[in-house]
Design a protein around this ligand. Sequence first.
Ligand code: ASP
Length: 483
Amino acid sequence: MSEPVAHTGKGLPLHTRILIGLGIGAVFGVAANLTLGGSHDAVLWVNKYLAGPVGQIFLRLLFMIVMPLVFASIALGVAGLGDLRKVGRVGGKAIAYFLITTALAAALGILLVLAVRPGTRIPDEVRANLLRTYASDASAKVEASAAQDFGIQTLVNIVTTNPLKSAVDMDMIGLIFFGLMFGAALTLIPMARARPMLDVLEALQDVVIKIVEMAMRLAPFGVAGLIFGVTSRFGLQLLAPLGTYMLVVLGGLLIHVLVTLSAIIRFGAGLSPLLFLGRIRASILTAFSTSSSAATLPTNLAVAEQNLGIPAQIAGFVLPIGTTMCMNGTALFEGITVIFLAQVFGVELTVPTMVIVMIMSVITAVGAAGVPGGSIPLLVGILVMFGIPAEGIALILGVDRILDMSRTTVNTIGDLSAAAVIARSEGVWSAASVPAVEMLGRPEGHLDESPGWPTSGILIGEPLPGRIGDAPAVAPPVSPRGK
Ligand code: ASP
């Protein structure tokens, strides 16, 4: 796995530079709008020859890798489950857990965004303007998708007749289906034959993630250009609804952790959610600071085994799959963002379409790479699919870092809760297995740049006499892994 995107470039961290880009773009854009007006020649010139092209190049770089990324991630994800045949039961439970919690998160997000409607707080006149500017070809797509009734043909169409055409047409469902079949078939042929293809897919995935990193270097400029384009035309009116949108995402993430996951931890794992969250705080900090589930995996493994006492064979199996497949926070964010942007651009989505948005949020969250901004290219794909102008992504990119940190944290809590619930259901772990360890030290000094590797001192604590739970046994932490 390549390095987290946050490490690209020198000097200021990438997310700081993106925020600066956002600030510069917004300040100059608003200033131009207030002083010269949105249709002044100079403003139009800057948008046509400077801000617009820089923003477009950044967006096109993201578009460029959507399809290979979807295919490689899905095929590898399924192929990775080759062990399923060996540990079929655990694998089946893990996937069921990932899908159910991710679907619950996406549904919660969609309900919240429908209730609060942050995207409709934009004045009609600004939205009409936006539609004229960005959505020239959206109506055709909306008509096309409206004409497609959600019925038996929708299901039949999932089976693509030509995966290359699906890729060319940005037909994500067709490509995802092909990726699923491809990955499944890879597990059914002899390993000696499958290995070269797996190597190619892994290399392909590394390459596209590297391209995401390279694109992200351009992000501060791209975001500045895109935001200048938006604010110079529309002034401040457009930025106000973003605050509400962010609150909906952050509120949704919080509710998912405090209500849904806490209930699962309480009843599924038989553990106090507060104790659980306290025990996994090294993982929480690492996920929050790196915005990367992949970078948090080593910390997760150490935390699961040492701080929760989960047996290595369960943690070592469930957590790595969870890193790519269990993305509760990402699905919640995607569901909210798709509907928010549909509201902003006045794209009407019917109830069946929203169900498809939910399903797509789950599927793409499962397929997203666990790297900073890993879900953004897939999100762009969903927008295209529903006829929502993909340029809308510019609206949220500037504030995405804080959302990414938060959703990655929720993704990680989901991974660890899965390991606990599955270990308990297998009868190999219970609340009584949690070692009473006080964690000493924190990954201080790494809060911004840590790739998440556990260093000595992060997790190692002093065993206290006894364990949490009702068993009186005194036992040392379970595994030395990660020390
Ligand atoms: N950064 C997220 C993760 O690693 C993925 C995403 O939602 O962009 O879990």
